[in-house]
Design a protein around this ligand. Sequence first.
Ligand code: NAP
Ligand code: ZN
Length: 353
Amino acid sequence: MTVKAYGAHAGDQPLEAMEITRRAPGAHDVQIEIAFCGVCHSDLHQVRSEWPGTLYPCVPGHEIVGRVSAVGAHVKGFKTGELVGVGCIVDSCQHCEDCDAGLENYCDGMVGTYNSPIADAPGHTLGGYSQRIVVHERYVLRIHHPEAQLAAVAPLLCAGITTWSPLRHWKVGPGQKVGIVGIGGLGHMGVKLAHALGAHVVAFTSSESKRAAALALGADEVVVSRDEGAMKARRKSLDFILNTVAAPHDLDAYLALLKRDGTMSLVGAPASPHPSPQVFHLIMKRRKLAGSMIGGIPETQEMLDFCAEHGIVADIEMIRAEQIDAAYERMLRGDVKYRFVIDSASLAGEGSA
Ligand code: NAP
Ligand code: ZN
């Protein structure tokens, strides 16, 4: 089945309308008509070949929400008409230690929603900037938010789980002081989720203009990272830091803010490396520098259910597919509060965004 999509043929070319093929649903597959797809900074890194190994044509998009339009004969968990989501994972080996632990995100055989080799044409996965996707039921998520919030639920499928997973893994909760660095798509979800988990949240931003907005998201304090006095005043005060910044920067400035035994987890994935941090910032207080990649399927469902229960969604700006390159430029300037979401109806020349 041919469907409309938006993607690029090379890293230095703009995205354009294209037609792609989706397989007919197999016995364990769920076919989904995509309603909205969030725009992650990873989409930009990948489609512009900032990360190595981009396969073209590249159709990005891994913050997918929509409605089930068909299910395979052996699908037990989903019915036609249900609201569902798909994040960054569409397959994995299903039998390794990581898959058994529900951490398919760390499976060596993980198949990403786009840019992963598969048998279907054109030989690699194509993502959510498209009208339809067909996914094995194991990787399909249930959405319990009201349908009116569906577009704002889309970013939870990557920005939500990528911040939820480390916050949960490092047991962030009441009585803890947590720093969230970079208040973009991921960071604004990090602030909302850490606040909802009961932590005292300190938002670190390079943009003075985000101060009031970060407080409105649920931050207890906002620090503009260029303000050396404000940074110095927070030394040795934080239990955990989640660093979402999409560009190389000085990690020492943040490691120095951790208490003894504190951890900073990096989730930002810049195209070139951060300068190496000073060993002394780690050994002096037994601090840890860690990383985390998206999250497993069970914890993604846990995050979606938590968000539905607590009324949490992303702050979004809706765009049409043909506005994607302009949206990327604005994302690079930090000029979005806080996530662009593509109205998939625009792929067919419809929709109002
Ligand atoms: P985003 O919306 O562009 O937000 C990134 C934020 O980083 C910006 O809003 C900005 O916040 C801050 N920043 C400071 N200096 C920057 C600079 N020179 N260039 C860009 N940003 C700068 O991006 P995102 O979608 O949240 O993604 C953030 C990073 O996480 C990307 O590298 C993305 O690929 C990566 N990512 C990783 C995972 C994972 O599994 N680990 C999953 C998804 C995304 P302030 O204005 O507040 O300073
Ligand atoms: Zn993403």
